[in-house]
Design a binder for this molecule. Structure first.
Ligand SMILES: [Zn+2]
Length: 325
């Protein structure tokens, strides 16, 4: 395929509250972009995406930009069947989204090739192309948000597994007798290192303190825990130590199983800062075989809140190798 710098793709990043859409070239230059509410509760996610794509194309046209569209790439929350471009499963953040044939609906609307993948896989593509995973061939990407998501890249390609479910790092056991997880397992990484779990664990400890007579009002979210931790609060320190230990233990296992050159950590929890990452590295180093740990970099994600959109567009530019036959 001959390539010119004017080729573009539409990148669409579908989240529980917001859809970000951009007209992007293969170097990550964004010619036009906008964000629209997902209207997930009203079950209008795909309708919103379609309207948003139309508006982005209109914006580019009005700027007199020559369009050479190769296709549309979508990164979406939920479990995505990449082969068919449908939503295999989505939780209550996106009600009624399960079963949505995103690819079919967008192809019918725009008569362009459409590629749909999950949000962490496209984050990994963005980090590999533009961020902390640049030059990486064997990468593990961990997204610490409401839950814990993961993606694996081997020889630069996303590892999907037999049924497309590879990379569920959040449900890796870090304590085989630990608390029960929504997935049915016990002691999953997600039970310690997600924003939801950090908040829950903090409030458990505060409640215990209150029962013992301390004045300890509950925290509203994980951000409040990070703030208290930075201010030197010992309870928040205990919660963050546990999160870092769980993540370090999981990373040590990933290093042994996958032998990556780079591990990129993104999401809201990773934004708690370099001190958290330092703790995670320390724990992983303590547990991993030195001969393997020596060759891995553990870095924070760097491509920011456009990364989902940029990574989704990369699905299109990668198409000859990543599109299912
Ligand atoms: Zn689980």
């Amino acid at each position: 395929m001959t390539t010119t710098s004017t080729e573009q793709a539409i990148g669409v990043d579908i989240g529980g509250t917001k859809i970000r859409i951009g007209l992007v070239d293969r170097y990550g230059n964004v010619a036009a972009e906008l964000a629209v509410p997902s209207l997930a509760k009203e079950r209008r996610v795909v309708e919103q995406a379609i309207n948003g794509i139309r508006n982005v194309l209109k914006m580019a046209e009005e700027q007199g930009k020559a369009l050479h569209l190769l296709g549309i790439g979508v990164g979406s929350a939920g479990q995505i069947d990449f082969a068919s471009g449908t939503v295999r499963y989505a939780n209550d953040l996106l009600p009624g989204y399960t079963g949505t044939p995103i690819r079919e609906l967008l192809e019918r609307e725009f008569s362009l090739p459409v590629y749909v993948d999950n949000d962490v896989n496209v984050l990994a593509l963005a980090e590999k192309r533009f961020g902390s995973g640049k030059h990486s061939r064997h990468m593990v990407c961990i997204a610490l948000g409401t839950g814990v998501g993961g993606a694996l890249l081997s020889e630069g390609q996303i590892v999907r597994g037999a049924t497309g479910g590879a990379g569920e790092i959040g449900h890796m056991t870090v304590d085989f007798r630990g608390p029960r997880c929504i997935c049915g397992n016990r002691g999953c990484l997600e039970m310690y290192a997600s924003g939801t779990s950090i908040e829950r664990r903090m409030n458990e400890l505060l409640k215990r303190g209150e029962e013992a007579g301390a004045d300890a009002p509950a925290v509203p979210d994980a951000r409040a825990v990070f703030a208290r931790w930075r201010a030197g609060d010992p309870t928040a320190g205990q919660v963050m130590d546990e999160a870092a230990a769980a993540l370090g233990a999981a990373i040590a296992s990933l290093i042994h199983i996958v032998n990556p050159d780079t591990i990129v950590i993104g999401g809201g929890v990773a934004e708690s800062g370099e001190d958290f990452l330092a703790k995670v590295r320390e724990e992983a180093e303590r547990r991993a075989m030195p001969s393997m740990y020596r060759h891995v970099r553990i870095e924070a994600a760097s491509s920011g809140n456009r990364s989902g959109m940029l990574g989704a567009a990369q699905l299109v530019f990668q198409a000859p190798v990543s599109h299912p036959a």
